[in-house]
Design a protein around this ligand. Structure first.
Ligand code: ATP
Ligand code: MG
Ligand code: MG
Ligand code: MG
Length: 469
């Protein structure tokens, strides 16, 4: 089943249950200074949830573009994470509650008319105090107790806004993915034997600015399921990247680089990272974010540069990402028409930014070369920490690259001094962060991705040592 069919089935299913289908909101939140990016299907609907706006129909469903930069390190490592993904959601604003939510989720997942997963392969987690959800799964659905796991983490709370207990649905990929004797292989563990597909949140409280919780005037339902994860199961492939949402992008990258997918593990990671980041950048540019030195624009600039650096792993030394954006349009354009309507613009922005980055890289190399020469002339044997940090901070040179290059000239690089300079910058960034509290509610790693003052180089963007050759 193609991803576009799954998306359609979702919307059709919930329309048949009386939901109004809302088109995806842009990735940039509207009137919501607490969020840098839309990171869940519920995010653009917050005003309905906290009662500021009353929707015409209290039942809503959508397929929402999302960005989660806090998953960046997972991209290419896990089977299931991207920085850009589509969250399929159904929502009840003070209308139906736990029972319909669980019954419909089960129907959508297991009825062959919809997506027809084998019910034997589904397990769930519940919040330990939520006996109502437990009983619905156990008694109403008939899920055996051993497939209902109680987890303390099952309380959904993204900072200011609606929150409450949740129940999550997992698909068992089988023994080949891990041994059930190991608790890490159970739902919620590190292992990916059980793939989390859907989170059903029973939103009953409001998390207030001052940290307190008050009951919401109406109880709401907020659910989110990953389209790419559904696709990986239904297309019987190993990861989200092996689905029809990514394969054409990977194929095009392979063609440009003259490499093959599934031959070299390091290449595969690079191919996945590139495929992910080009979607994130294309969709953000399509939604009006331009690469820049602050805020969202800076996130986009860093993602693009990261993709370019992974391109080097594949031997791609010239701008190439812009050639992938038409493929993104071909895959996604039937639903997200904006990526097709704005294709030329997106391509131009990406190309210009790539070219600029290539210039920055060569400028950095020239400066490094100069530093090395001066050091040698002065009879030194080491590039100083602050110099290495300058290359890192201003030119995006990872420490390893500086070290490799210096090594070629018979020089070492002062690691302790580099770390100290990094630490100083972090302290400065922390000071700046305390002054601006508006954007740090998306969790630690994401907050670190928000404002320019918090940028501490590429320390969170770990790439293989040979990423820039
Ligand atoms: P995980 O534990 O796998 O990181 P999550 O618990 O962080 O997922 P939720 O916040 O519950 O995810 O989001 C709802 C659904 O959205 C998930 O069940 C999953 O299907 C999907 N999803 C979440 N994050 C990602 C991502 N980075 N890439 C792709 N799909 C995602
Ligand atoms: Mg997660
Ligand atoms: Mg989870
Ligand atoms: Mg979850």
């Amino acid at each position: 089943m193609k991803a576009s069919e799954i998306r359609k089935k979702w919307l059709d299913f919930f329309a048949s249950k009386g939901h109004t289908i809302e088109y995806s909101a842009p990735l940039v939140p509207h009137n919501d200074p607490s969020l840098l990016w839309i990171n869940a299907g519920m995010a653009p609907l917050k005003a309905y949830f906290d009662g500021r706006v009353v929707p015409e129909n209290p039942r809503i469903a959508n397929a929402q573009k999302c960005i989660r930069t806090n998953d960046i390190e997972n991209v290419g490592k896990t089977r299931r994470h991207q920085t850009f993904f589509e969250m399929l959601g159904n929502f009840s604003i003070g209308d139906y509650f736990k029972e319909e939510t669980i019954v419909w989720a089960w129907e959508f997942l297991t009825d062959p008319k919809w997506i027809g997963f084998n019910p034997e392969l589904l397990s769930v987690t519940v919040y330990p105090e939520d006996t109502e959800a437990y009983d619905l799964w156990n008694l109403k659905i008939g899920l055996p107790a051993e497939r209902i796991y109680k987890l303390d983490e099952n309380f959904w709370d993204i900072g200011e806004g609606p929150c409450g207990p949740c129940t999550e649905i997992f698909y068992d990929r089988g023994d080949a993915y891990g041994d059930l004797a190991d608790p890490e292989c159970w739902p919620g563990g590190e292992n990916e034997r059980f793939l989390e597909v859907w989170n059903l949140v029973f939103s009953q409280f409001n998390h207030n600015k001052d940290g307190s919780y008050t009951p919401l005037p109406n109880k709401n339902i907020d659910t989110g399921a990953g389209l790419e994860r559904f696709a990986s199961i239904l297309q019987q492939v190993d990861s989200n990247f092996d689905t029809d949402l990514f394969q054409p992008i990977i194929a095009k990258t392979c063609e440009l680089a003259g490499v093959k997918y599934h031959v070299n593990a390091e290449h595969d990671v690079a191919l996945k990272v590139i495929a992910d980041h080009v979607r994130t950048v294309s969709f953000s540019v399509g939604d009006g974010v331009l690469p820049s030195n602050e805020g969202r624009g800076y996130v986009i600039r860093r993602l693009l540069r990261r993709a370019v650096r992974y391109g080097k792993v594949l031997g791609l030394d010239k701008p190439f990402l812009y050639q992938l954006t038409p493929v993104v349009g071909e895959i996604m354009g039937s639903y997200y028409t904006e990526v097709v309507d704005k294709a030329d613009f997106i391509e131009k922005v990406i190309r210009t930014e790539e070219e600029r980055f290539h210039e920055t890289l060569s400028d950095g190399l020239a400066i490094l070369s100069d530093m090395a020469e001066k050091t040698l002339q002065a009879g030194g044997s080491e590039i100083s920490g602050p110099d290495a940090f300058k290359l890192y901070d201003t030119y995006g040179f990872p420490f390893d690259l500086t070290e490799d290059f210096a090594g070629e000239k018979g020089l070492t690089v002062n690691r302790a001094g580099f770390d100290a300079a990094m630490q100083e910058q972090r302290v400065r960034a922390r000071g700046a962060r305390q002054e601006s509290e508006s954007m740090n509610v998306q969790g630690g790693p994401l907050a670190d991705f928000t404002t320019k003052s918090e940028f501490v180089g590429y320390n969170e963007l770990v790439v293989p040592a040979n990423v820039i050759a």
